[in-house]
Structures are given as structure tokens and as C-alpha cells.
Design a protein around this ligand. Structure first.
Ligand code: KG4
Ligand code: ZN
Length: 337
């Protein structure tokens, strides 16, 4: 069995997975969302302190499995430095004390492997990753063969949902709140610009859209003056433009990449309106759409454990005294993840 740890942002999570069967034997996640909500976003030092409390508590619950552990895995990049360190310190200690191998896991590769929790791998695969920190289209051919084909040049999709929600005086995280309000809204009321619509660039950009939302809010007299209907309509109009942007750029990729299997992963892939649009697009292009069970879209250790099973088989270990956090880098397209 592998014990895996995730602490890259505001979720403390530990999982136990079976190397032989891919089965998820234990999984627990303590989300800190409510604790950060009043700040409108994640406060790194607070997140770090909460991991220091929650991770050892979850670890206690995994005791029945400890005698069967063959390896320990941990997210070591990308993420918040002070929160990654909490998981890494714990993983290092377990590896040294139990004398078992340590597997470092790239968080985004973990999101990709959330597709395969309790399942077999599907490769090659085209993946649209939409999370709080990243927005990318990736061609996945193997554990160490993941090429970024498109990337955001500014904000990420999840981040833009969070920022728009904050501007409207709504809580954090903004994604689920905006999706809910949008259900009651008129998506054609506000004419927001589709980013890079007339550009040949195969990339994403969300800061201009965010600005257009800000100007719209100001024209309505600011967040406090907005009625519920205003908020529903603006949420729906914003979400529609996000969908159009993602679809337009994915379509361009579909025309050049003939991989049959396509997947959407990451926290924002829980958005059913976006999923529905990709369902239609994939049908149009004869692609098979793969999605992640809603409970595993946002950060969790089960996906880290699933990646770690494949890494274990390939002996992708690291000396516990050498593991360190790796700061964010290489986000541009054309590079390996
Ligand atoms: O993958 P994730 O848990 O963390 C990162 O790795 O960044 O993604 C969190 C992000 C947040 O920005 C949140 O607002 C967004 O995912 N999100 C959504 C939805 N649920 C979560 N965005 C749009 N619609 C949703 N239903
Ligand atoms: Zn994530």
C-alpha cells in the first residue's frame, strides 16, 4: 500500500491506495475553505498552521494500514511553499522512520491521475486542466511525457471565478457559488468580451474578462447596489463567456491533435455547465469525454496516491534528505509539465 499526502493549498488530505488493485482503501480530506472565506481567498500562513493540526489527526486514522506500507508519496510542486512544506515534512519523517521509499508527486499530474482513481490508465490522452492555479491543455503520453499545448497568459479559470465572486461580494470559493447563481440568470443580459476571440493564439486569457465584469459591476452601482437578479445574470453571462473561450481554444487543438480520448480535470471541472458544453463538443469531433467524479475534482490525496502507484512501479523515488519544494515554473506552452 501507498500512503499519500496532499497539502499544496487549503486542503489537508491523506489516502491509502493498494498498489496491486488501484483500490482506494482510505481517504480523508479536511477542507479549510470556511476558515479562509472571510478573507476572500487563501491566506498561506493560516493554511500552513491548519495543515500542521489536521494532517497529524488524519494520519492517526491511517494506523491500521501502517504495517502494510510500501511507500509514501507527497505533493512537492506546484503550490504554496509554506503549505507544501507541511506535507513534505510529514512524508520525509514517515519514509525515514519506516525505511520505505519516498515518491514526489507533481500536483497537476495528480489532477490528471484523478481520472484513474480505482481505474486503469487511458493513454494517450488530451487533458484540459482547469483549477484555481492553472489553466492548460496537456498532451499526456506517460508519467514523464506530458506536454503543455496551451496555457493561460494571466489568470486561471478557477481564480477568475473566485475573483468575480469576490467583486460581487460573494463568498470563497467563487466557482460553485457562481455556477449556482447562473442557473437562475439570463446569460445574454451582459455582453462581455470573449477573450482572444479574433486571435490565432492557442492560449487562454482571463484578466480582460475580469476587468469587463468589474466595469459592469460599477455600472450597476457596485456590489452592494446589485439585486439578486443582477448577480444571477452577471454570473450566467460571465460563465457563458468562460465556456465560449474554453471551447473555442480547445476546438483549435482538436483540429491538430487526433488523440481520441479527451478529459477535463481540476477544481473547476466540477462545473456541470462547462462539462455539458464539452460533452457536445466531443460528440461533434468524435472524441470520448472523460470526467472525474465530483468528489475528486478539487484537491485530494487519492489522486496523488493513484499517480504514486504508477511512479512506484517505475521506481521514481527520491532520497528523503533531498526532497524539497519546487517553486512554480514552466507554465508556458510547448514545455513539459
Ligand atoms: O483544483 P483545485 O481544488 O485547486 C487548485 O489546484 O487550484 O481548484 C480550486 C478552484 C477554485 O478556484 C474554485 O472556485 C474552482 O476550483 N471551482 C469551480 C467550481 N468548483 C470549484 N469553478 C467553477 N465552477 C465550479 N463548480
Ligand atoms: Zn489542485
Amino acid at each position: 500500500m501507498i500512503l499519500s499526502i496532499e497539502s499544496s493549498c487549503d486542503d489537508s488530505s491523506i489516502a491509502i491506495t493498494s498498489i496491486k488493485t488501484n483500490k482506494l482503501l482510505f481517504h480523508k480530506k479536511i477542507s479549510q475553505e470556511a476558515k479562509h472565506a472571510s478573507y476572500g481567498g487563501v491566506v498561506p500562513e493560516l493554511a500552513s498552521r491548519l495543515h500542521a493540526i489536521d494532517l497529524p489527526n488524519i494520519f492517526e486514522e491511517t494506523k491500521p494500514y501502517h504495517s502494510n506500507l510500501k511507500a509514501v508519496a507527497v505533493t512537492n510542486q506546484p503550490g504554496l511553499g509554506v503549505t507544501l512544506l507541511e506535507g513534505i515534512a510529514m512524508a520525509k519523517t514517515i519514509a525515514v522512520v519506516k525505511n520505505i521509499p519516498l515518491i514526489p508527486v507533481h500536483h497537476l499530474k495528480g489532477h490528471i491521475y484523478s481520472l484513474f482513481i480505482e481505474k486503469d490508465e487511458i493513454l494517450p490522452l488530451l487533458v484540459l486542466l482547469i483549477s484555481g492555479g492553472h489553466t492548460q491543455i496537456i498532451r499526456v503520453e506517460g508519467l514523464n511525457s506530458m506536454k503543455i499545448l496551451a496555457s493561460t497568459i494571466d489568470d486561471s479559470v478557477g481564480e477568475s471565478f473566485d475573483k468575480v465572486a469576490k467583486m460581487m461580494g460573494l463568498s470563497y470559493p467563487g466557482g460553485p457559488i457562481i455556477e449556482k447563481l447562473a442557473k437562475d440568470g439570463d446569460e445574454d443580459r451582459f455582453n462581455l468580451p470573449v477573450p482572444l476571440r479574433n486571435s490565432k493564439l492557442i492560449a487562454f486569457s482571463l484578466s480582460g474578462l475580469k476587468n469587463a465584469v468589474r466595469v459592469t459591476i460599477e455600472s450597476l452601482g457596485g456590489a452592494v447596489e446589485m439585486s439578486r437578479k443582477d448577480k444571477c445574470d452577471l454570473s450566467a453571462s460571465f460563465q457563458k463567456v468562460i465556456k465560449l473561450h474554453l471551447i473555442q481554444k480547445s476546438k483549435k487543438i482538436f483540429k491538430t491533435e487526433n488523440i481520441k480520448d479527451f478529459a477535463i480535470v481540476g477544481g473547476a471541472s466540477a462545473n456541470l455547465y462547462i462539462r455539458d458544453a464539452f460533452n457536445k463538443l466531443c460528440k461533434e469531433f468524435g472524441k470520448e469525454l472523460h470526467t472525474v467524479p465530483l468528489e475528486f475534482c478539487s484537491d485530494n490525496a487519492a489522486m496523488i496516491g493513484r499517480y504514486a502507484i504508477e511512479a512506484y512501479k517505475k521506481r521514481l523515488f527520491i532520497d528523503p534528505y533531498d526532497i524539497d519544494i519546487v517553486s512554480n515554473k514552466k507554465r508556458q506552452s510547448g514545455t513539459e509539465l
